[in-house]
Design a protein around this ligand. Structure first.
Ligand code: BGC
Length: 753
C-alpha cells in the first residue's frame, strides 16, 4: 500500500512538473507573441537561404542589402544552407543582438544521409531492414551537423514511390508503407534523439507532404493523380508514423494533389495533420513552393499565393519572400486573420524553445566540437557497417561469389570502380568531394590476388555536381580494347557499372533506366572474352537489368554507399561479409512496366501467363518485376519449414501466432530477413494481393535453425476503409511467411465479430 501511495505521489509530481513546464513554455511564447508587430510575426515565418558570407565584408548589391536589413529588423525567422560554426554564430548574433526582440534563428540544412561522414543513400540503407542501424546513422548525422552549428535537418524524406524513373527515390525508403513507417520513426528518433534540448540533437522534418512520390510518369515536380484511399493507405502512413515518433517539423511538396498544390492544400495540412493528428510543430514550404502556386494556375499573384498558403496552414515560407513582403498588407486589409499568423508563429517559437535556443542561442556554435566530432573514425566504422548491410545480392550462379582469396587474377573494369566521388551520391552535405573509398582501393587491400584496373569506357565526363546535368559519354569507345585484353587474361572480371551519383536525386528523372551511356555495350564486349563476370551495379534507383540477369552470372546491387563504399563492396565480394540486404523497391523488367510494385490489386482479370490474351497482362513480359520487393540472396541458403498458425479464427480483441522454422542449409553463417505478409481477401474497397505486416532479421550458423514467431493482432488488419476510417473488416485473411514478397505458401484464418 505504502508503495502504491509512493508511486501515485511520484506520478502526480512528474505530471505536475510536466504540466508546469508545458505552461511555462506556452506562457513564454504567448508573452513573446503579445509583444510582436505583424511585421515581426511575418518575419518569424520567413526563411532565407544563406545570402552572404557573414564573416566577410558587409553585403553589397540591392538584393543582399534588402535581406540584410530584413534580418536586422527581425523579419527573418530561419535560414538554410548556412554552413559552419562561425557563419552561423555571426548570423545568430545579428538576430539576437540587433533585432528588437532578439529572437534566435533556427538553422536548417539537407542532412539527408550524413553530414561529413557519408552513409549510404537512404534507399540503399533501407535495404538493410535494420532499423537500429538507420536510427544510428541518423544519430551520427545529427551529432555531426549540430557540432557544426545546425539545429534542423530537412529529413527524413518519407515519400512512398513506385516509380524508378523518379530521381528522388534515392532519398526515400522504397515502395512499402509498413516498412516506410518503421524507417520514418527510426530516422526521426535518430535525428531528434531522446531530448531535443540536448546539444547533439536536431529537429527532423517529415517531407514532402504529400504525394510527391507519385509524380506522374516519374517526372519530378509533376502533378499527381491518385485516389483518396491511396492517399490514406499508402502515402500517409509514414507521415503519421513520423508524427507518432515526435517529429517537430513537416515540409510540404511541390506537386498538386486533388488538383490543388500541396502548399495551398488546407485539407491535408489543417484538417489532417494539425487537426486529426494533433501535430503542434510547424510546416515549412518547399523551396519557393508558395510562389510556384502562380505557375500552377492556382494563385493569381504573389499576394494571392501568400494568402492561400497561410490559410492552408503553411507556417514558414522557404525562399518565396512572399510572407515577409505580403502578410502585413494581407492582415491589414482583412484578407488574412492575424490569428493565423499567431498560430504559425506559436508553432515556430515552440520548436525554437524546445531546442533551448532561448536559453542559449549559440549552443550549437562550438568550434571545438566541430573540429573534433566531424568524420571521426568511429563514425566511419558505422558508415562501413551500414554500407555492407545495404548491399543486395541479386544473382550468384554457380557460386561465383564469394571470390577466392588467393592466386587469382582479377580484372576490375568500369569508370565507377575507380571513382571516389560518385558513390557519395546526391545530397551529400559537407562530405569532401573525392573522399570515398573506391572499389579499386577496397579490392587492393586483399593482397592474395593480383588485380588489374581498366576503365573500359567513360560513363561521364566533366565535373558533376548538384546543379548540373551529368554529361554522359555516348561516343568514345577508345578504351574498350584495353579492358578486353585485361578481361581475357583474368580469372574473374568485376565490372562496376551504373549511374553517376548525380544522375539520381532532385530533378533527375529518367525515361530510360538502363545502364547509361556505352556501359552495356562494353559489358557485352567483355562477355565475349570472359564469362566469369561479377556485375557490381551502382545506382540511385532500380535499373532495368533484364539483359544482365539473363547474361551475367553474378550481380551485386551496390547503390551509392557513401564514404566506405569500396571497402564494403570488397568485403562482400570476398565473403568477409555475407550479403543480407533485401530490396525495398521492385526492379522492373523494363521501363514500360513502371509503376510496378508488390502490393498491387488483383483486378477483375488477373493474369497468370503471357499467353492469356484478354487478361490484365502484357504480350511481351510477365507482370511480375524482375526482382521483387523483399528479394535478396545470401551466400548461404535458408530453408523455410513447419509453417503454423495458432488458430484459424480471431476476434478484434484476440491474437493469432504465426510461426515458421528457418534453417541455414548452406555453408556460410548468414542473416535473413524473415517476412510476414497478409492478404485481406474481400474488403469494402479492393485490397492489395499482399501487404508486409512484420519482419525479423535473424542470423544463423550453417546447420542452425530458429523458429520465428509473429503475433497477428487487429491493428495489422486495419486499413482506411470505405467508411473513411481505419478499421478491420471481418472475413477471410491469408498469412504468408517467406524470404521475399513472392512467397506463395499461405495459411488462412477468419476475423470474426
Ligand atoms: C527540395 C527539398 C529540400 C529543399 C531545401 C527543395 O528543392 O525539394 O527536399 O529540403 O530544396 O534544400
Amino acid at each position: 500500500m505504502k508503495k502504491l501511495i509512493y508511486s501515485l505521489f511520484v506520478l502526480f509530481f512528474i505530471t505536475s512538473c510536466q504540466n508546469s513546464n508545458l505552461t511555462e513554455k506556452e506562457k513564454f511564447i504567448d508573452n513573446l507573441i503579445s509583444q510582436m508587430t505583424i511585421a515581426e510575426k511575418a518575419g518569424q515565418m520567413n526563411q532565407y537561404n544563406g545570402f552572404w558570407d557573414a564573416t566577410g565584408p558587409m553585403p553589397e548589391g540591392d538584393y543582399q542589402k534588402k535581406r540584410y536589413n530584413e534580418l536586422k529588423n527581425g523579419q527573418v525567422g530561419s535560414m538554410l544552407n548556412v554552413i559552419g560554426v562561425e557563419e552561423i554564430r555571426a548570423l545568430q548574433k545579428i538576430a539576437v543582438e540587433e533585432t528588437r526582440l532578439g529572437i534566435p534563428l533556427i538553422f536548417g540544412h539537407d542532412v539527408i544521409h550524413g553530414y561529413k561522414t557519408m552513409f549510404p543513400i537512404p534507399l540503399a540503407e533501407s535495404s538493410s531492414w535494420d532499423l537500429e542501424l538507420m536510427q544510428k546513422s541518423a544519430r551520427i548525422a545529427a551529432t555531426e551537423a549540430s557540432a557544426d552549428g545546425l539545429n534542423w535537418t530537412f529529413a527524413p524524406m518519407v515519400d512512398i514511390s513506385r516509380d524508378a524513373r523518379w530521381g528522388r527515390v534515392m532519398e526515400g525508403a522504397g515502395e512499402d508503407p509498413f516498412l516506410g513507417s518503421l524507417i520514418a520513426k527510426a530516422r526521426v528518433r535518430g535525428f531528434q534523439g531522446e531530448d531535443l534540448s540536448e546539444v547533439n540533437t536536431i529537429v527532423a522534418c517529415a517531407k514532402h507532404f504529400a504525394g510527391y512520390g507519385f509524380s506522374e510518369a516519374g517526372r519530378d515536380y509533376n502533378t499527381t493523380d491518385f485516389n483518396h484511399y491511396t492517399l490514406h493507405n499508402t502515402i500517409m502512413p509514414p507521415f503519421k508514423a513520423a508524427v507518432d515518433a515526435g517529429v517537430r517539423t513537416f515540409m510540404n511538396s511541390f506537386n498538386t494533389l486533388d488538383e490543388i498544390p500541396a502548399t495551398g492544400h488546407k485539407h491535408i495540412q489543417r484538417d489532417i495533420l494539425k487537426g486529426d493528428w494533433n501535430f503542434d510543430g510547424f510546416i515549412v514550404s518547399d523551396w519557393g513552393s508558395i510562389d510556384q502556386m502562380i505557375p500552377h494556375g492556382f494563385a493569381s499573384n504573389g499576394e494571392h499565393a501568400a494568402e492561400l498558403a497561410v490559410i492552408a496552414g503553411s507556417d514558414m515560407d522557404m525562399e518565396s519572400s512572399l510572407y515577409v513582403s505580403k502578410l502585413v498588407g494581407l492582415v491589414e486589409s482583412g484578407k488574412v486573420n492575424e490569428e493565423l499568423l499567431d498560430d504559425a508563429v506559436r508553432r515556430i517559437l515552440r520548436v525554437k524553445y524546445e531546442l533551448g535556443l532561448f536559453d542559449d542561442p549559440y549552443k550549437y556554435c562550438d568550434q571545438d566540437r566541430s573540429d573534433s566530432e566531424l568524420g571521426s573514425e568511429e563514425n566511419m566504422m558505422v558508415a562501413l557497417d551500414a554500407a555492407k548491410k545495404s548491399i543486395v545480392l541479386l544473382k550468384n550462379d554457380n557460386g561465383l561469389l564469394p571470390l577466392k582469396k588467393q592466386n587469382q587474377k582479377i580484372a576490375i573494369i568500369g569508370q565507377l570502380a575507380n571513382d571516389k566521388n560518385s558513390t557519395l551520391g546526391n545530397w551529400r552535405s559537407q562530405v569532401e568531394y573525392n573522399s570515398a573509398v573506391s572499389v579499386v582501393e577496397g579490392m587492393k587491400k586483399y593482397k592474395g590476388n593480383k588485380t588489374i584496373y581498366q576503365k573500359g569506357v567513360d560513363l561521364y565526363y566533366g565535373e558533376t555536381n548538384f546543379h548540373n546535368r551529368v554529361k554522359i559519354n555516348f561516343k568514345d569507345k577508345s578504351d574498350f580494347g584495353k579492358a578486353k585484353l585485361a578481361a581475357a587474361t583474368s580469372d574473374v572480371v568485376i565490372m562496376v557499372l551504373g549511374e553517376e551519383g548525380h544522375q539520381s536525386g532532385e530533378g533527375r528523372s529518367r525515361t530510360n533506366i538502363d545502364l547509361p551511356g556505352l556501359q552495356k555495350e562494353l559489358l557485352k564486349e567483355i562477355k565475349k572474352v570472359n564469362k566469369n563476370i561479377v556485375l557490381v551495379v551502382m545506382s540511385g534507383r532500380p535499373l532495368d537489368l533484364t539483359w544482365e540477369d539473363v547474361n551475367i552470372p553474378a550481380i551485386v546491387q551496390a547503390w551509392q554507399l557513401g564514404s566506405k563504399s569500396g571497402d564494403a563492396i570488397a568485403q562482400v565480394l570476398y565473403g568477409d561479409y555475407n550479403p543480407s540486404g533485401k530490396l525495398t523497391m521492385s526492379f522492373p523488367r523494363n521501363v514500360g512496366q513502371v509503376p510496378v510494385y508488390y502490393n498491387f490489386k488483383n483486378t477483375g482479370r488477373p493474369s497468370t501467363s503471357i499467353e492469356q490474351v484478354t487478361n490484365s497482362g502484357y504480350a511481351d513480359v510477365e507482370n511480375s518485376p524482375l526482382y521483387s520487393f523483399g528479394y535478396g540472396l545470401s551466400y548461404t541458403e535458408f530453408k523455410y519449414s513447419d509453417f503454423e498458425i495458432s488458430s484459424s479464427t480471431m476476434t478484434k480483441d484476440s491474437k493469432i501466432n504465426a510461426s515458421i522454422r528457418v534453417t541455414n542449409t548452406g555453408n556460410y553463417k548468414g542473416e535473413e530477413v524473415v517476412q510476414l505478409y497478409l492478404r485481406d481477401i474481400v474488403g469494402s474497397i479492393a485490397r492489395p494481393m499482399k501487404e508486409l505486416k512484420g519482419f525479423e532479421k535473424i542470423e544463423l550458423n550453417p546447420g542452425e535453425s530458429k523458429i520465428v514467431n509473429f503475433e497477428i493482432e487487429n491493428s495489422l488488419l486495419e486499413f482506411y476503409s470505405y467508411n473513411n476510417v481505419w478499421e478491420s473488416e471481418p472475413g477471410k485473411f491469408h498469412v504468408f511467411i517467406g524470404t521475399d514478397s513472392n512467397v506463395r505458401d499461405h495459411k488462412e484464418f477468419y476475423l470474426t465479430n
